[in-house]
Write a protein that binds this ligand. Structure first.
Ligand code: NAD
Length: 476
C-alpha cells in the first residue's frame, strides 16, 4: 500500500542570509568593482542575495594578498602549525554543519538529505585528512623535501560547491600554498560562508581568498602572472581553453573535467542492489555529477528484469523541495542547465530512443526535470556520447564482457565506471581494461578523502584526493 509522507522541512532559520556579499580578500570582505549579479534559489527562483563580480583588478588584489601571505607567513610555517589551522577549520565545519548544509541546499537545489549526510561530512573529512599530511610531506613519496608551488588559482563548478572547494583548498594549504578560489557564479554562498569560517579559525590573512564572478573572472585568474598553479574543475570545453591559456608558461595545471561513465550490470549481479546503484549513480545530486553512471550497460539476459525493477524503483523517488528531509531528487541548478537537459532529451527522442519518466508532479516554480530513462539507445546516439549532466539515464545492452568493455571505453571521456557482478575475478578483469580513473565494484558514487579521483582522456589530468592529490600542490 502506498502511503504519503508528511512534509518534513528543514528550518532556514539557521542560515543568516545577507542581502549582498562582497569578495574575500586578505582576510576581509571587500566590495567588488564589477557589476553585481544575483544568486537565485533553483527550487523557487527567489533571489537569495546579490553577489559581487570580481574584475581583473580585484583578482590582482587577491593574488597580491595570497602572495604576501605565502612569502611572509604560510611558507615559513611548519607543517605541524599549518595542520592546526586545517584541523580547526575541519572542526568548525562540523560544528556549523547544519548551517552549511541548509545554505548549500538553498543555493544549489540539492536535497538536504545529501548536503547534510554526504557533502558536508565529506568536506570536513577532506580537511581532517589533509591536515594529517601537512607535517608528513617528506614521507609522501614526492621527494625528500617537497616544496609548495606558491599561489594557487582554483576554479570550481556548481554541482558540489563546498565539496569541490574542500578538494581544492585542503591539499593546497596542507602543502604550504596559498589560494585564490573562484566559485561558480550560481553557487557562491557557501564559499563565502567558508570565508567566515577561515576568519573564525584565525587563519592568517591572505592564505585563502575568494573571488566571485563568472567566466571572465575565471579567465583573469588563470591568466594572472602571479599564479603558480591552476586547478580547475568544470567542463571539458573550458578546461581546454584553460590549457591553451597556460601553455608555454611555467604554471602547473590540473584539470578535472566531464564524464560519461558506464555502469555495467552482469547477469550474475545481485539485481536489487544493482538497481539501487543505478539509481544512486544517475539520480544522486540530480545527475549533476561528473562521474555519474549516465550510461547503463545491462547484460541482455537480465535486461527486461533490470528495466522492470528500475522503473518500479524510480516511481518511488520523491522529487521536490530540497529542504524537505524526505526529498530524494531536488531542483536543477539553473535555467541554462535545465534548457540543456531538455534539449538533449529531445534529441534523444528525435534520434529514435524511447523515453520514460517517473510519474511525478513537478513544482510550478523553479527548475525541475523528472528522473528519466532512455531505452533503445545505440552508441551513435548523442545521449550515449554527450554529457547531459542531469537526471537522464541512457540504457544500452551487451552480451559478453569483451563487448561491455568495448562499449564502455567508446567515449572521449574516462572519469569513472561501475561493475556489478558476483565474481571477484570478473571485477578485476574488467577494472584492468576499463579506461576510467575510478572503477567502482558493486557500488557507485562513493567518495573518500584517502582515495584518488581523476580522469583519462578528455576527463582531464591530475588526481585529487588521497596521497596522489598532494602531488598537484608540490613542486618536486
Ligand atoms: P563550466 O566549465 O562552465 O564552469 C566551471 C567553472 O569555470 C565556473 O566557476 C565558471 O565560472 C568557470 N569558467 C567558465 N568559463 C571560464 C573561463 N573561460 N576561464 C576560467 N574559468 C571559467 O562548468 P559547469 O557547467 O559549472 O560544471 C559542469 C561541468 O563540470 C561538467 O562538465 C562536469 O562534468 C564537470 N565536473 C567535473 C568534476 C571532476 O572532478 N572531474 C567535478 C564536478 C564537475
Amino acid at each position: 500500500m502506498a502511503f504519503e509522507y508528511a512534509p518534513a522541512p528543514e528550518s532556514r532559520s539557521v542560515v543568516d542570509l545577507r542581502s549582498s556579499y562582497g569578495l574575500f580578500v586578505n582576510g576581509e570582505f571587500v566590495d567588488g568593482s564589477g557589476h553585481a549579479f544575483k544568486s537565485v534559489s533553483p527550487a523557487t527562483e527567489e533571489v537569495l542575495a546579490e553577489m559581487a563580480e570580481a574584475t581583473a583588478d580585484d583578482v590582482d588584489k587577491a593574488v597580491a594578498a595570497a602572495r604576501r601571505a605565502y612569502t611572509r607567513t604560510w611558507s615559513k610555517m611548519s607543517g605541524a602549525e599549518r595542520a592546526k589551522y586545517l584541523y580547526r577549520i575541519a572542526r568548525i565545519i562540523q560544528e556549523r554543519s547544519r548551517e552549511l548544509a541548509v545554505l548549500e541546499s538553498l543555493d544549489n537545489g540539492k536535497p538536504i538529505r545529501e548536503s547534510r549526510d554526504v557533502d558536508v561530512p565529506l568536506v570536513a573529512a577532506y580537511f581532517f585528512y589533509y591536515a594529517g599530511w601537512a607535517d608528513k610531506l617528506h614521507h609522501s613519496g614526492f621527494g625528500a623535501d617537497p616544496q609548495p608551488h606558491g599561489v594557487a588559482g582554483q576554479i570550481i563548478p556548481w554541482n558540489f560547491p563546498l565539496l569541490m572547494l574542500a578538494w581544492k583548498i585542503a591539499p593546497a594549504l596542507a602543502c604550504g600554498n596559498t589560494v585564490v578560489l573562484k566559485p561558480a557564479e550560481t553557487t557562491s554562498l557557501t564559499a563565502l560562508l567558508f570565508a567566515e569560517i577561515c576568519q573564525q579559525a584565525d587563519l592568517p590573512s591572505g592564505v585563502v581568498n575568494i573571488v566571485t564572478g563568472a567566466g571572465e573572472t575565471g579567465q583573469a585568474l588563470v591568466a594572472h602572472p602571479g599564479i603558480d598553479k591552476v586547478a580547475f574543475t568544470g567542463s571539458t570545453e573550458v578546461g581546454k581553453a584553460i590549457a591553451r591559456t597556460v601553455a608555454g608558461t611555467s604554471k602547473s595545471v590540473t584539470l578535472e573535467l566531464g564524464g560519461k561513465a558506464a555502469n555495467i550490470v552482469f547477469d550474475d549481479a545481485p539485481l536489487d542492489q544493482a538497481v539501487e546503484g543505478i539509481v544512486n549513480g544517475i539520480f544522486f545530486n540530480q545527475g549533476h555529477v561528473c562521474c555519474a553512471g549516465s550510461r547503463l550497460l545491462v547484460q541482455e539476459s537480465v535486461y527486461d528484469e533490470v528495466l522492470m525493477r528500475l522503473k518500479r524503483r524510480m516511481a518511488t523517488l520523491r522529487i521536490g523541495d530540497p529542504l524537505d528531509k524526505n526529498t530524494d531528487v531536488g531542483a536543477i541548478n539553473s535555467a541554462e542547465q535545465l534548457a540543456r537537459i531538455r534539449e538533449l532529451s529531445e534529441v534523444g527522442e528525435a534520434e529514435g530512443a524511447e523515453r520514460w519518466s517517473a510519474p511525478c508532479k513537478l513544482p510550478d516554480r523553479g527548475f525541475w526535470f523528472a528522473p528519466t530513462v532512455f531505452t533503445g539507445v545505440t552508441q551513435a546516439h548523442r545521449i550515449a556520447r554527450e554529457e547531459i549532466f542531469g537526471p537522464v539515464l541512457s540504457v544500452l545492452t551487451f552480451r559478453t564482457p569483451a563487448e561491455a568493455i568495448e562499449k564502455a571505453n567508446n567515449t572521449p571521456y574516462g572519469l569513472s565506471a561501475g561493475v556489478w557482478t558476483d565474481k571477484g575475478s570478473r571485477i578485476l578483469w574488467m577494472a584492468d581494461r576499463l579506461r576510467a580513473g575510478v572503477v567502482w565494484a558493486n557500488t557507485f558514487n562513493r567518495f573518500d578523502p584517502t582515495s584518488p579521483f581523476g580522469g583519462y582522456k578528455e576527463s582531464g589530468y591530475g588526481r585529487e584526493g588521497g596521497r596522489h592529490g598532494l602531488e598537484a600542490y608540490l613542486a618536486h
